[in-house]
Design a protein around this ligand. Structure first.
Ligand code: FES
Ligand code: FES
Length: 207
């Protein structure tokens, strides 16, 4: 912790020193207008370097080496940089579950985690659940039980449902309701969603 802080302090003093010495040289050699332009250009380059950090991430079995802004959420990285738009943005505040994905096998709200926090991790989205043309048993069960109406919440519901079974929290309808309570369905398809999850859970298939 101390070392990191020290490094940060050193880095920032070095940057300040470099900036000041560049500007001092420019001040001697250049008129005020050129000096202002030099300062703005320098700031742009620093901002650019700091806003694009390297990220290694595996998504649906494909490895990606990316540059990203450290403020970008995993949800926005998936949707806007990798064009995997199956994962939905509902509230963007961790309240609806529409953005649920699996990170290293655990369900998470991708709107609540920064992309850079997932460096080196494996992410599965709804696009990675089926095996080619063969749907995942949970996708089939949602279709069989009519577990959706508009379908907006459905990718998050399905990812969460798979997580719910993997965690061992789908033993009864009551338990399923409890452990799926973070996934909101504005169409009110809850009874059918619970039926679908219960069927897959009882079927004992590997999810
Ligand atoms: Fe992430 Fe609603 S969009 S929880
Ligand atoms: Fe419409 Fe759930 S099916 S929000």
């Amino acid at each position: 912790m101390m070392d990191e802080k020290k490094q940060g302090d050193d880095g920032s003093s070095r940057r300040t020193f470099l900036k000041q010495s560049s500007l001092l040289t420019a001040a001697v050699l250049a008129p005020p207008v050129a000096l202002k332009a030099a300062e703005e250009h320098w700031d742009e380059r620093v901002a650019d370097a700091m806003e694009h950090v390297s990220l290694q991430i595996e998504v649906n079995g494909v490895s990606h080496s990316l540059k990203t802004d450290p403020r970008v959420t995993l949800l926005d990285l998936l949707r806007e940089q990798l064009e995997l738009t199956g994962t939905k943005k509902g509230c963007d505040y961790g309240q609806c579950g529409a953005c649920t994905v699996h990170v290293d096998g655990v369900r998470v709200n991708s709107c609540l985690t920064l992309a850079v926090m997932n460096n080196g991790k494996k992410v599965t989205t709804i696009e990675g659940l089926a095996k080619g043309e063969e749907l995942h048993p949970m996708q089939e069960a949602f279709i069989r039980h009519d577990g959706f109406q508009c379908g907006y919440c459905t990718p998050g519901q399905i990812m969460s449902a798979v997580g719910c079974i993997k965690e061992g929290h789908a033993g009864s309808e009551e338990e399923i309701r409890e452990f799926m309570s973070g996934n909101i369905c504005r169409c009110g398809a809850y009874p059918n969603i619970v039926d679908a999850i219960h069927e897959v859970s009882k079927g004992g298939k590997k999810v």
